[in-house]
Design a protein around this ligand. Structure first.
Ligand SMILES: Cc1cc2nc3c(=O)[nH]c(=O)nc-3n(C[C@H](O)[C@H](O)[C@H](O)COP(=O)(O)OP(=O)(O)OC[C@H]3O[C@@H](n4cnc5c(N)ncnc54)[C@H](O)[C@@H]3O)c2cc1C
Length: 462
């Protein structure tokens, strides 16, 4: 049996075409793991034949496994891997419309379309995320104030439903099923293909401004103003600064560069190692301190630079600590209403600090509610808090959940492995509507995941 983490590598999976293999997956933090049978179809007709799964097992789709929780795990059940459904089928430059299979990654789309001066309207935080995964999570980027969520740019999708039929689903044709599928964490069906509206761009460069800000209140005020004035806005909070400087941070705002920019060239878009000498020579904690301090000082008088879009997307708004520690951390990813947001964030950071410290924290503005019944997005400020695995225990995550809930906030399902069913029900007001769609489309509960069972989305027999 094989264990596969994070971006699932083709070579590790021995499912024959059209067949099933037993496999053990873990999430990218290695906290949750599941043993299941998997298939890896290479065309939509083979995905169609995965439903229903053999031996009466339940089934869930899995894209690249970039979600940080257990939404794409199905312990004891079956998983349909979509990574080989990786064809882009058509592009209409006048309508800016791309039709692609669900396993195409955001990185593939960027590589193909940046030279054509188009990009996905929303970047879901990871180049490896698939089209199907970004739709099922209704992913959000740091341009939410202007662009909304990923689901806002979906024109239609082809869904393999639990009773086996392929249905074209759109806001016009099947509004309830569409709203349940956007952000529905794969529980309404397997997305085989989708049409999305891409964003035309004038340049493959962005102009990025970094500004150090000495207090959390000012940081949040300027983040909100920055998100209204610029295409992208996010800020990281320096969790490692000594004494009263603990809530200082760096605000990043960015816009697509004007005037055409330089010609796109693959060499310029290659990723560069981000670590400096300190990262190589110092113990990790000290290296992070040096790194955060250096970045804060550099941004003190405001700093403007121009860089390639894909490099920018990978780095933007991510705390220096999180850049290094991504796979050794557990994430709290929540959105909080704007009223009282500074106090709420201060409290969450305080709980994290008392438990042993957070690796990194970042914030971004969320402009409006998402289109899906289980969409994460609601007007407010989203906080990403990365906690070192060494300090994380269920009690800490439940305290953070309680605090988020008490402040009127909501946890992002795609990044979560700890939320309780009570917390979930209180945070997602359209849950009853979602359950009604599931009861109609999937009466036999053929689609299930570890997340769905943990949150008791339905009366599963476990
Ligand atoms: C470093 C990092 C940063 C991130 N930052 C952000 C961020 O800023 N904003 C954000 O929104 N997300 C963020 N994420 C989370 C991630 O980008 C999203 O969860 C994304 O949707 C994952 O895509 P995936 O293809 O890996 O999906 P998976 O993780 O494989 O699956 C996620 C969900 O989608 C469902 N799914 C996948 N494919 C299909 C399909 N074909 N049909 C039906 N359901 C399907 C799965 O069942 C599961 O419920 C981040 C992740 C990482 C690792």
């Amino acid at each position: 049996m094989t264990t596969v983490t994070a971006r699932d590598e083709d070579a590790d999976i021995n499912a024959p075409p059209g067949g099933w293999a037993q496999l053990r997956f873990s999430d990218s933090t290695c906290r949750s793991a599941a043993t299941q049978i998997v298939c890896r179809p290479d065309r939509p007709s083979r995905l169609l034949s995965a439903m229903p799964a053999p031996e009466g097992r339940s089934l869930i789709a899995r894209g690249s496994g970039q979600g940080l929780g257990d939404a794409a795990l199905n312990d004891g059940g079956a998983v349909a891997l979509t990574v080989r459904l990786d064809r882009m089928l058509s592009f209409d430059p006048d309508e800016h419309m791309l039709v692609a299979e669900a396993g195409v990654t955001i990185g593939d789309i960027l590589r193909t379309f940046l030279p054509r001066r188009h990009m996905p309207a929303v970047y879901p935080g990871s180049l490896g995320a698939t089209l199907g995964g970004a739709i099922a999570a209704d992913a959000h980027g740091t341009n939410h104030m202007r662009a909304g969520s990923f689901g806002d740019h979906v024109i239609w999708l082809d869904l393999i439903t639990p009773r086996g039929g392929l249905r074209r689903v759109s806001p016009q044709e099947e509004p309830a099923l569409f709203a349940a599928t956007i952000g529905g964490m794969g529980l309404t069906g397997l997305i085989a293909r989708a049409a999305i509206r891409m964003a035309p761009i004038t340049s493959t460069d962005v102009t990025l401004r970094r500004q150090a800000i000495g207090s959390l209140d000012m940081l949040l005020d300027q983040l909100t103003a920055g998100a209204q004035a610029h295409a992208y806005a996010a800020a990281w909070i320096d969790m490692r600064a000594p004494g009263t400087a603990q809530e200082r941070g760096v605000l990043e705002t960015a816009d697509i560069a004007s005037g055409g920019g330089r010609a796109w060239s693959p060499a310029r878009h290659r990723s560069r190692p981000s670590g400096g000498l300190a990262d190589m020579l110092l113990p990790p904690r000290l290296a992070l301190r040096v790194r955060s301090e250096r970045q804060y000082r550099r941004a003190r008088h405001g700093r403007t630079s121009t860089m390639a879009i894909d490099r920018f997307l990978r780095q933007h708004g991510v705390a220096p600590a999180s850049r290094l520690a991504q796979h050794g951390t557990v994430r709290l990813h929540c959105v909080l209403p704007r009223d009282g947001v500074a106090a709420a964030i201060r409290r969450l950071l305080d709980i994290a600090r008392r438990a042993g410290g957070a690796a990194g924290a970042a914030v971004q503005a969320i402009g409006k509610d998402g289109r899906g019944m289980l969409s994460f997005a609601r007007t407010g400020i989203a906080l990403v808090l990365d906690l070192p695995i060494s300090v994380v225990e269920a009690n800490l995550m439940h305290r953070l959940e309680r605090e988020t809930l008490d402040r009127g906030g909501r946890v992002f399902l795609a990044s979560d492995a700890h939320l309780t069913d009570h917390g979930f029900a209180a945070m997602y007001p359209r849950l009853a509507e979602f359950r009604a769609v599931l009861a109609d489309i999937d009466p036999d509960m053929r689609l299930q995941s570890d997340l769905a069972r943990r949150l008791r989305l339905r009366d599963y027999i476990v």
